[in-house]
Design a protein around this ligand. Sequence first.
Ligand SMILES: Nc1ncnc2c1ncn2[C@@H]1O[C@H](COP(=O)(O)OP(=O)(O)OP(=O)(O)O)[C@@H](O)[C@H]1O
Ligand SMILES: [Mg+2]
Length: 282
Amino acid sequence: MNASRISALRHRTDAHAERAMVLAITSGKGGVGKTNVAANLSICLAGAFKRVLLMDADLGLGNLDVVMNLNSRYNLSHVLAGRKSIEEIIQLTSTGVEVICGGSGIEELANISPFQRQRLVDELDRLGHRADVIVIDTGAGIHTTVVGFCMASDHTLVVTTPEPTAMTDAYAMIKVLAGKHYTGRISLLVNMADSIGEGRKTYRQLAEVAARFLNTPVYDGGVLCRDELVSSAVRRREPVVLAYPRSLIADCFATISARLGNIRRTEPETTGFFQKVVNWLF
Ligand SMILES: Nc1ncnc2c1ncn2[C@@H]1O[C@H](COP(=O)(O)OP(=O)(O)OP(=O)(O)O)[C@@H](O)[C@H]1O
Ligand SMILES: [Mg+2]
């Protein structure tokens, strides 16, 4: 993306006041491709002229910086320690996507005074107004913080592979959200399928079980096949849609992002996203 376009995206006014749509990317099992999905979908959304803020909220093992080739030495913890301002920890990438790393910052919010916490949450929520979409890479598993990010989001994209262990863990995540009366939309993305057919079958199986036993609709978040180009791109420290823009997998990411980008929030703006995360966690 060229510099003038990035600048145009950044300076679209804050009068564009509608709150960003928040998309949490999560999974039950680790290693199913969340970070790659988050990075590539964010880039596709930015390519479609959306202002995207991508947050690495994987508190333990965040590796978005590796996939996006960023030097993210600073994260929310540095803001909490008073060493950096929020603006200083946001990294603008050449794709137009703005990236912010959470580090262990969100959990550390428990250790500061309610006044300090509120100030920070207000600042974070103001960031939301600079974006059309906030994409959160949540990390894996049904831990409180991961679930908190999902519960606060408008749309949760659960990533699984066709492996039974990944499917079982994806179902467990959907069950937790349903049990907590999540009001957002849940979609399932099947990654690393051997074929589109296998991916579709995996989706149908999980969606049917969720409908029958949890009474919860799980929407179709698309299928991505296993593709050597993804790991090859990771080795080059470049997201695959940039490293191999004319590949089949890049096309699939573009199709999935176009569908996700069209989804609108059904509820009007009330509470900011970070406020909701904090309300949920503390
Ligand atoms: N469609 C794909 N085809 C081939 N390899 C893939 C595909 N998607 C992801 N991978 C590979 O799978 C590995 C894990 O991907 P990634 O780090 O995105 O998963 P994750 O769910 O974020 O993991 P974690 O739970 O540890 O955060 C990476 O090495 C990546 O290259
Ligand atoms: Mg990850």
